[in-house]
Design a protein around this ligand. Sequence first.
Ligand code: DGJ
Length: 694
Amino acid sequence: MIQCWRLDDRRQTLVLGSHREHLAEVLYWGPRLPDDEDLNTLFAVHAIDVTGGMLDLNPELSISPEATRTFPGQPGLIVRASDGAQLLTKFCFEKVEEEPGRLVLTYEDKNNGLTYTARFTINEHTQVIETQASLVSTKPVHLHWMSAPVMPAPQLSDEMIDLAGRWCGEFQINRTAWSPGMRFRENRTGRTGHEHFPGLIIPCRGATNTQGQAYAFHYGWSGGHKMIAEELPDGRRQIQFGHAERMEVAPQTRFETAPLYVTFSDDGLNGCAVAFQRHLRDEIVHMPEPDRPRPVHFNCWEAVYFDHNLPTLKDIAGRAAELGAERFVLDDGWFGYRDDDTRALSDWEVDPRKYPDGLNPLIEHVHSLGMTFGIWFEPEMINPDSNIHRAHPDWALGGEDQILGRNQKALNMALPEVQNFLFDRISAILRDHAIEYIKWDHNRVLPMPDAAQTRGSYALLDRLREEFPLVEIESCASGGGRIDFGILKRTHRVWLSDSNDALERLKMQHNASLFLPAAVTGSHVGPRQCHTSGRTLDMRFRAWVAAQRHMGIEMDPRELTDDEARALRQVIGWWKDNQGWMMKADILLLESPDPAVIAEQQLSVDHKRFVVFAGKATTSSQIAPRPLRLTRLDPDAHYRITLANRDNVSGLSRGTQTLKTESVDLSGTYLMNHGLTLPWSFPETMWVVEGVRL
Ligand code: DGJ
């Protein structure tokens, strides 16, 4: 018997089908099909032909391809009995649960005592399909690998795009050509990692940021993932995402993958980016007070590092408030005897030498300046040189002879006593002080990947959120080492990178917006000479790059000249005036005709206004600026265009361009086809263009 199911939103349709009770396969995924499309016919025409050198029938590329069906590529599930023998699975259809926008398929392998379930939900508002697999066994088994339901990739695609990175260099784009065989990425560091962001985009031939078809994937898990993008000998392509292999250390009777988020776009990479941005912002992240404007941050890390001194911190807080900051975040160095990064992690008690009267004098001062107070923790870590390690050496994860990372070990988060200890210590600090924000850090990789560790961290976060529902949490891991939809279900902001270098940030923010909206992406104005790159950048450029996302300051404000302070105050003022709509806007990557220019357009939900940030990363090879085409405007509407920072024009821009002195009214057709010609500018500067629909 043939069985077929479909899921639709306005933009896309996903059709699954199966016969002879085999596991279902995706028959179609792409633009929305007519309501009357005959799914049985799709099933019939979907089969590929057979010729010499092939089996007499092509094995299905199912949602979990099985070796027992002679599937020639990577299987979707590898499981072993508790004695180590491989279980060769053969699942048969058991039942289906179907309701609008949701499909649950269950299969059984009676011989091996296994039940496999695949879930799909489609979100009409965000156009993201969420899918997840689970496995239940009658006896404890070892899970080697389980993919979330396997999705096909189009053959009209020449390359795949994924993101790699490093400390201070997150979200670097890689493009890899398709060829027979597979691209295999795996992060075995035990956290999401800088190295391999769990995302993938498959553009169809000719797709750009603003047009064409593309398919995108994100695996929402913080413990390290594995991705397979494989082209079979017959040309079919499969995408698998799951936890890193062999992360389930002990035999168990239940396993599940994290959710895999996928989307199809017919308007370029931006279609995928907007789907993920909206899904993350509107469905995944739960802001304690969704209507509250995002406060401008001041983080003291690059101002004082471990050198906490109350009068200095009070002075700095006063200056930060005067610049426009609304939330003061006390970073590492306030607890134990934490004078440097060699000691005291886990000793979560206020350092009486630095704060003889506790934290309240500082917090009260911060409040008196009109700012709220946030604090840094690195809960999952422990220094061997700490009271807690001396008392409980067995709480640390990994062997005695392990290589330390930043002089620290990870705590074993699977232990209930560790979770309880951390809950008690963090709760005590939150209960005794008016704290509304935690920067939650995670600065070392694990000795080995272990799913129980990630589940332990999630459990602690969930418990704390339940107890302190108004406290916001920022996910940081040496910058952007733990950014994924799994952690963002439990947190509210990410520290994208430890690099406050605006030039590096400009590129990173651009690429990260393929997955992340502005509201969760922290971006701070760093010191004049960047501490992680040594580069010296002008304040205006630093401030505008931070204003692209959730804005903050992270430097010693005592270094500011009057001119720098004035420029910074001005941009912060602009950000406060605009963040109400910008934090809900879609970030659209523009196709820049000049490789020196990295440009994006933030378009309001009602499409009535937008802002373009055109960052000049380096010197252009052409003498005059190339027009920049905008996107997603109404071709027939007119827009009032204003160069918001026209006072930044350099003396070497000698022409009489209208935008340098006044606003202009232009049609959407003109802006999207000819494009905007901006004034000549120095490298390491930003043009900010505002548009309002007339
Ligand atoms: C690493 C983080 O990424 C920094 O922002 C800072 O919080 C330090 N840790 C503190 O140790």
